[in-house]
Ligand binder design. Structure first.
Ligand code: MRU
Length: 350
């Protein structure tokens, strides 16, 4: 799962994605040929992870454009805009989705006088650019993260991570896992503690799969074991990704991240967010403004399709939580690691 990977492959007329719901047991692919099926794949978690959702959405807009075969500019534009709308409704929290849609839509507006074929070509170039940029951004995040964590002064580190912020969650290499990959390349990883990440098990199924393939030493732990290992000095730092970062540094990430940040604070451990600047929502002041996705309750009542809680029992399934900027040691971006005061220092980067 190095820089190039199978998260998504543009086939010229369709988008092929590895079905992340089936990993690591089977490698199956889902092929999307239009914006609706791409939006459905995002909603159903075939593809997930903030940057990967953004890249898939960009290709979804391109598919909306490519599906049109007539010669009416008005019809073409309304189909593309309908595609943007459907994609914007797929998932609410990861801001990269809206960032990518805005970027594609803006390009349509700027080139509205061009022929339909030219607009299709421009959109194709842009979607590919968004994908390629994401890989180089993640490499830069990896490099900056390595520098930030080197300052802890230990030759080898044990890093705890949550969910999957790896190659599968991006166009390649990963954000939080990009930092871990970069540390591993410098022989600085003692081990990675991988939170299993209920209910969807992104850690146990996806992060462990990526680390295994790269030969990076790791242990999968259940979500309630972090304090145990922290209290015994077996964690040097926590590094996670983000789905949306507010102007003041408050960061939404997979449910359970907030609890980890509180634990890290208690045990005086550094807690880093690794995310591209496309994850920063410059339109919101603080984390309370971030919309939190509430997913299907059946995800909590079942584990990999096996029912563990009867249907008549009430459950809750918030998919993300917000970590206060006060609990964050630094936010690792492609332009460097940002430290408090975030309000001022994030604005300087953006
Ligand atoms: O629900 P998911 O799997 O899309 O949630 C993903 C996360 O929370 C990731 O940590 C985040 O998107 C960063 S991915 C580089």
């Amino acid at each position: 799962m190095g820089a190039g990977n199978l998260t998504l492959i543009w086939k010229g007329d369709s988008l092929e994605m590895i079905d992340q719901r089936k990993l690591p047991f089977t490698q199956e692919y889902v092929i999307c040929k239009d914006a609706n099926s791409t939006a459905q794949a995002i909603q159903d978690m075939v593809i997930r992870g903030a940057p990967a959702i953004g890249v898939a959405a960009a290709y979804g807009v391109l598919l909306a454009a490519k599906r049109y075969e007539g010669d009416s500019k008005d019809e073409f534009l309304s189909l593309v805009r309908e595609g943007v709308y459907v994609l914007s409704k797929s998932r609410p929290t990861a801001v990269n989705l809206f960032w990518a849609l805005d970027r594609m839509e803006k390009l349509v507006d700027e080139n509205i006088a061009q022929s339909i074929d030219s607009i299709k070509q421009i959109l194709e170039k842009e979607a590919k650019k968004i994908e390629q940029e994401d890989i180089s951004i993640n490499k830069a995040i990896g490099q900056h993260g390595r520098e930030a964590l080197s300052k802890l002064g230990k030759p080898k580190l044990s890093i705890l991570t949550h969910c999957n912020a790896g190659a599968l969650a991006t166009a390649g290499y990963g954000t939080a896992l990009g930092v871990i990959r970069s540390l591993h390349e410098a022989d600085m990883i003692e081990k990675v503690l991988v939170d299993e990440t209920r209910p969807y098990l992104q850690g146990a199924r996806l992060t462990a799969w990526e680390l295994y393939q790269d030969g990076i030493p790791h242990w999968v732990i259940t979500d309630n074991m972090a304090a145990y290992f922290m209290s015994r000095g077996q964690v040097d730092a926590v590094v996670v990704g983000a789905d949306r970062v507010a102007k003041n540094g408050d960061s939404a990430n997979k449910i359970g991240t907030l609890g980890l940040s509180v634990l890290a604070h208690y045990y005086n451990l550094p807690f880093f967010i690794a995310a591209p600047l496309s994850t920063v929502d410059f339109s919101i002041e603080e984390g309370s403004q971030i919309p939190i996705e509430q997913r299907d309750e059946e995800e909590v009542r079942t584990v990999l399709g096996t029912r563990i809680i009867p249907g008549y029992i009430q459950v809750k399934n918030p998919s993300f939580d917000v970590t206060s900027h006060q609990n964050i040691t630094g936010i690792i971006t492609e332009k460097g690691t940002v430290y408090p005061p975030y309000e001022k220092n994030i604005a300087n980067l953006g």
